[in-house]
Design a binder for this molecule. Sequence first.
Ligand SMILES: *Cc1c(COP(=O)(O)O)cnc(C)c1O
Length: 489
Amino acid sequence: MPHPDLPAGVPAPDLLDALAREARALEPDADRRADWDAAVHALADRFLDGFGRRPAWGGSPVPGEDPPAAPGEEGAALDDLLAALERGWRRGLDPAHPGHLAYIPGGGLYPSALADFLADVSNRYAGVGYAGPDAVALENGLVRWLADLAGLPEGARGHLASGGSTATLSAVATARDALGLEPEDIRRAVVYLGGQTHHCVHKALRLAGLERAVWRNVPLDARWRMDAGALEGLMAEDVAAGLRPFLVVGSAGTTDTGAVDPLLELGRLARAHGAWFHVDAAYGGAFLLVPALRERLAGIEAADSLVIDPHKGLFLPYGTGALLVRDGEALYRTHRYSAAYLADALSGGGDPADLSPELTKHWRGLRLWLPLRLFGLRPFRAALAEKAGLCRWFHRAIGEAGFETGPEPDLSVCVYRFVPPDGRDPDAFNRALLDAVLADGGVFLSSTRLGGRLWLRLAVLSFRTHLDTVRRALERLVRERDRLLAAGA
Ligand SMILES: *Cc1c(COP(=O)(O)O)cnc(C)c1O
């Protein structure tokens, strides 16, 4: 059969009917939808009930195993497509797995999946309030809730982005404009970063045209937190040299070690020098929900811009990061737009489309709103307190097992390594230890380099991780350590 096509000229009604008969495949009836729903739910249930039977780490992908992505002319059977998906899920990392204790663990709250389903079925327009007043009110309400959580003032605005990296890009562009940085100013503008600043900030600076600014690497203290005294010295030197402090980036929970920078002092120094204070709380921001950890995050309320990733600490599936900007007008000035074809729709300032790089926008707020409203905040506070508590428990236990430990965890990440008493190279030993633990895949850990040495990490942030899993990680590390020691050099 030839492909459906449009002949020259005005088509006859029977041709339009024939095209419509084929096109109606895109509009499944209730029976077909029910069949598909059942098949998809069966797969989801197998996945959700199968964590105990499968590893957190399924090994490297096998070339040629993935189904071809490109569509064929004829449709395929849903069962075949789902089977191919399920095969693919066996490889690599299972980010929703309780045994995922590496990098920054992922989430995947079930109500978020239901919310995405409804957002997609209704396809509410979340960019402009004229079109989707409910969707826009919900997103802006969630931004307000996050701003209140962080202690930002009434005038703060923000948006829900696809993740922390894109939110950071908007933050840096807003800082550039708010401080009136012109192209000729860039080479004299100074950006203060630390050795543990997330690389998305470097990327955002490059994308925002600020690569040629002066980038200072502020020394860290013994706990891998930015050293505020060193920052003060650098800023004074820069001012004396005729440079302009432009941006100070503090981390509320670094990815590598979970360290929280001294935000109060960083904010004070930024303000004193007229610089913008950006706080990267992509990982750590959600811990504001734990009363006992709020003090550790003190100073976050001084941020000029703040990034919090709900797809990390609020356990959402990937695809949601939040940007908050103290001066909402500044965010608006950098992201506003106008277009003749949108003249009816412009509402003057409160639309996500005016406060973010996006126009047509997924109704991202729903996947945050439904779990928060459905569960209430209590289980979130409990889960976050539990994760931080599990990390403290592990930090003490691994030390008692004879490992060298990094600083007490600020939040839910800690580092440790084993120094073999027989003089073997510690880096090689810990590399071998990590490989041995990963070989069975039950828990997934990762490593990092700090001060030129290899350290192993534990990051607890999956809502499915509880004491049994962290205990298993500890047991695996101790058993493999003992085995490697017994095997000798
Ligand atoms: C994950 C992370 C980011 C980047 O966020 P994405 O959502 O992955 O784009 C930035 N900073 C920190 C501290 C992070 O942990």
